[in-house]
Design a protein around this ligand. Structure first.
Ligand code: MTE
Ligand code: CO
Length: 420
């Protein structure tokens, strides 16, 4: 294995425990034999490390090479119209590094240079305009942290617990800090006519992924972004320019943005009529379900992140978010939903952005059914999957924000289950 550490895992753990003064007593393992990691001079202290410039653009250390996006091959026919998943089980904090943020393309990730980039605004405007990259650089810049969740996140779980790993059940989400210009500033430059009630946004890729956005949202917090987490957007996230539509389903976040059409009504694109509607049990469909309702998931322990350290202090960690605003509270249950305790919110709570929660407990080594539920500032409480099915039936793919249950076995392994 390429990511095998220099010393054995066992020696490493013993070393951590010995050095772990200040840890709760039960977390530390008693030190019996002398630990060479403490008593011996190690290779990394006896020779030079890498010089600067060994990797001009840095990559994660090889021991973290398992923390990568993964796809599920049988889900889609072709990898150019497909999806992969953010390794949320292995990440902490709230910001998703671009390199492991899920990708969703309908016709592959295209390579479009800044020189070849053009953005057109046409339709019901006083002046039809075409912006170059340099033109966009001259508009006032703004920063926004926002989650982007594909409407299909959790979609495979409508029928029941299916995929082992929160990367696969909930990983069609990422959260980045964007820098860009406000769409309202570009629209003001073009001058929206009074009849202009909708914008139709489309990308430069073959699929174009056209979507209609009501003018009210377009003039509110929609951003035309070119930086993510401090650097240029990656190709797969829409380089050089993508739309950021805070709180709304990922499909509206058009990548490689090439045109903004202003119209008096919604343009029915292929995307909207055939997809991104929620089919109900009676054959009717929910449409224009743009806002992502509050949701949360425990990221660890989870099937890909089992408990290896045995009973005693256990850190439960997870993510919560709401497209309607801020997360107000996250509750955790370790007994299958019989009792709920508020988790600790770590770091800042921002509207329409991922929020990290922690729940510190003492595990007795018995099996547990662990789950979290998000409550947002509107008072909305994340429902169970069963409650959602009762309203929307089983013919659905999109907008599954039901509670995720993990079964933690006594040996620390974790499975995706549902509680009847
Ligand atoms: N924009 C274009 N031009 N083409 C696409 O295929 N996919 C959409 C949206 N924007 C898509 C697009 C979908 S369904 C989602 S969920 C998000 O992009 C995913 O963004 P990401 O690939 O940066 O994660
Ligand atoms: Co999507």
């Amino acid at each position: 294995m390429t990511d095998e550490p220099v010393t054995s895992r066992r020696a490493f753990l013993a070393g951590t425990a010995a050095a772990g003064a200040g840890l709760v007593a039960t977390a530390a393992t008693a030190q019996t034999a002398p630990d060479p990691l403490i008593t011996e001079v190690q290779p990394w202290a006896s020779a030079f490390g890498d010089p600067v410039d060994a990797t001009p653009y840095g990559m994660p250390i090889r021991f973290e090479s398992h923390v990568v996006r993964r796809n599920v091959e049988w889900l889609t026919e072709s990898p150019v119209s497909s999806i992969n998943f953010t390794p949320i089980h292995a990440l902490e904090g709230t910001i998703t590094p671009q390199g492991c943020a899920f990708e969703r393309h309908h016709s592959g990730a295209i390579e479009l240079s800044k020189q070849d980039y053009r953005l057109m605004i046409n339709g019901l405007v006083e002046r039809e305009l075409v912006f170059t990259w340099d033109d966009l650089m001259r508009f006032p810049r703004h920063i926004a942290i926002a989650f982007c969740e594909c409407a299909a996140n959790g979609g495979m779980e409508w029928g029941g617990a299916q995929l082992e790993g929160c990367q696969f059940t909930q990983g069609m989400i990422h959260n980045m800090e964007y820098t860009g210009v406000m769409l309202r500033d570009l629209l003001a430059e073009a001058g929206v006519k009074p009849e202009g009630k909708w914008v139709y946004v489309e990308g430069a890729d073959a699929s174009s992924n056209g979507r209609s956005i009501p003018m009210e949202k377009a003039l509110d917090d929609v951003m035309v972004a070119f930086f993510a987490n401090g650097e240029a957007l990656r190709k797969e996230h829409g380089y050089p320019v993508r739309l950021v539509v805070p709180g709304w389903e990922g499909n509206m976040w058009v990548k490689w943005l090439r045109r903004i059409g202003v119209y008096d009504q919604a343009v029915e694109s292929r995307e909207e009529t055939s997809k991104y509607t929620d089919l109900m049990p009676d054959g009717r469909a929910r449409k224009w379900t743009w806002v992502m309702d509050a949701k949360s998931v425990i990221t660890s322990p989870s099937p890909q992140a089992p408990i290896r350290h045995g009973k005693g202090p256990l850190v439960i960690t997870g993510l919560a978010w709401s497209g309607h605003g801020k997360i107000a509270r996250v509750d955790v249950s370790v007994d299958g939903g019989n009792t709920w305790v508020p988790a600790r919110i770590s770091g800042e709570v921002r509207p329409k952005a991922l929020t990290r929660f922690h729940y510190d407990m003492n595990w007795d080594g018995q099996e547990m059914f662990i789950m979290s539920r998000a409550i947002d500032e509107t008072g909305y409480v994340q429902p169970t999957k069963q409650a959602l099915r009762e309203i929307r039936g089983l013919n659905n793919v999109y907008h599954n924000n039901g509670i995720q249950v993990w079964w933690v076995r006594a040996d620390g392994e974790v499975e995706n289950v549902e509680i009847a």
